[in-house]
Design a binder for this molecule. Structure first.
Ligand code: BMA
Length: 389
């Protein structure tokens, strides 16, 4: 840039103003156009998804639901069915899936869905421009028990030098193998937002806060990303770092593995009882912190899981959820699964289904226009922002 210095104050002011405009627009565009997934070898569809998620921050919040295509409150494996669709007439924009069990060669995931079926659902969603995110409630590698059964020393045991490191490598190989089966019609890999070690500041999983040091957690996250990317050569993943609810940025960042290991930053939040105002307040505070963290680290913010089990308040969507998230800068929200009536007779569901009490209110919320569903996306918009050359 050629700059002609002048002593004229007025001209100098003008120059200052112009430089300011140039600088702000440059940083705006650099944030918009130059940020890339952490994986330099990310496939072109994965890069496209990343850019799409960034752009969508200006357009609205993509609405997501776990296991949306596999089952709903009172159905299972019905072609074309979706609880979200039964209420708003469109599939969600984001589809959550689970791979717990893959590490033990199970045929079904932890919630009973066969992996071969999940593969088909993922392909269907992808082909219409849906966005896929996958969680992993991986078993405890030290004890072989569930993700919820912590044992001292588990994390250290799977890091390099630990007794179970090669076992864990084997698990990651299986995860990589499964991810490599996720392909579109042209044989291209389907981009996945992978969110390992979710809710890592809670104490309920073996990788939780009470069971390993911040350093061990960071190492585990870094090791996992490095292994999948550089050893297993998987290049169609975006990585989400995701805490549970947290109190302030210090807690949020305590176990953050660093900017070269994370693409998306988020947290999970559930309402537990009738305290709607508290939910709104807490959620807004955390979203403000998340926004600051995401801006500082140039990451894409998202609400990686949320819900109020059985939605006891029929106006929860417009009275509570909408006020909680409406001012937030987040790419997507993911409601948890509609498990239905479980073996013990208890119910579990987080989005309405046809005839459910909060369904009209959910529809009302959808009309606010804040949320984007599948009907506002298509394949080329999400996955073909860049061309194969
Ligand atoms: C939990 C519940 C469980 C489920 C688990 C893993 O929050 O929904 O029923 O098995 O997630 O998906």
């Amino acid at each position: 840039i050629m700059i002609n210095y002048s002593n004229n104050i007025c001209q100098r002011r003008k120059l200052k103003k112009n430089l300011l405009i140039m600088f702000t627009s440059f940083s705006f565009f650099s944030h918009q156009l130059f940020a890339q997934p952490i994986d330099e070898k990310a496939t072109i569809e994965t890069k496209s998804l990343y850019t799409f998620l960034q752009q969508s921050l200006q357009k609205g919040i993509l609405f997501g639901h776990q296991d949306d295509l596999a089952y709903g409150f009172n159905w299972q494996y019905k072609k074309g069915e979706s609880d979200i669709k039964s209420v708003v007439g469109s599939y969600p924009a984001v589809y959550g899936f689970e791979i717990s069990g893959i590490e033990l060669d199970a045929e079904n995931d932890i919630d009973g869905v066969p992996f071969v079926k999940n593969l088909k659902f993922i392909q269907q969603a992808y082909e219409r421009g849906g966005i896929i995110t996958i969680s992993w409630h991986l078993h405890n590698p030290l004890t072989g028990k569930s993700a919820w059964e912590a044992a001292p020393g588990t994390v250290a045991s799977i890091l390099p030098g630990g007794n179970n490191n090669s076992l864990y490598n084997g698990w990651l190989d299986k995860v990589a193998r499964y991810f490599n089966t996720l392909k579109g019609k042209g044989g291209e890999y389907i981009p996945i937002i992978f969110r390992p070690f979710h809710e890592l500041n809670g104490n309920w999983f073996w990788w939780g806060r009470a069971h390993c040091s911040p350093d061990e957690m960071k190492q585990l996250y870094q090791y996992t990303v490095h292994y999948l990317m550089d050893v297993a050569n998987v290049h169609h993943l975006l990585y989400a770092y995701n805490t549970d609810k947290f109190h302030g940025l210090e807690e949020y960042a305590e176990r953050y593995p660093g900017n070269t290991f994370v693409d998306i930053v988020g947290f999970d939040i559930y309402q537990q009882n009738n305290k709607d105002d508290e939910f709104i307040k807490n959620c807004r505070t955390m979203l403000t912190d998340l926004d600051a963290f995401a801006l500082e680290n140039q990451k894409i913010p998202a609400l990686t899981e949320f819900g109020y089990n059985t939605i006891p308040n029929e106006h929860w969507w417009t009275n509570t959820f909408l006020p909680a998230v409406k001012d937030a800068r987040i790419a997507y929200v993911l409601a948890w699964r509609n498990a239905g009536v479980k073996h013990d007779g208890s119910k579990e569901y987080y989005v309405p289904f046809k005839g459910e009490n909060s369904a009209p209110d959910f529809l009302q919320m959808a009309k606010s226009g804040l949320f984007l569903c599948q009907n506002q996306l298509n394949y080329s918009k999400v996955y073909q922002l860049f061309s194969h050359k």
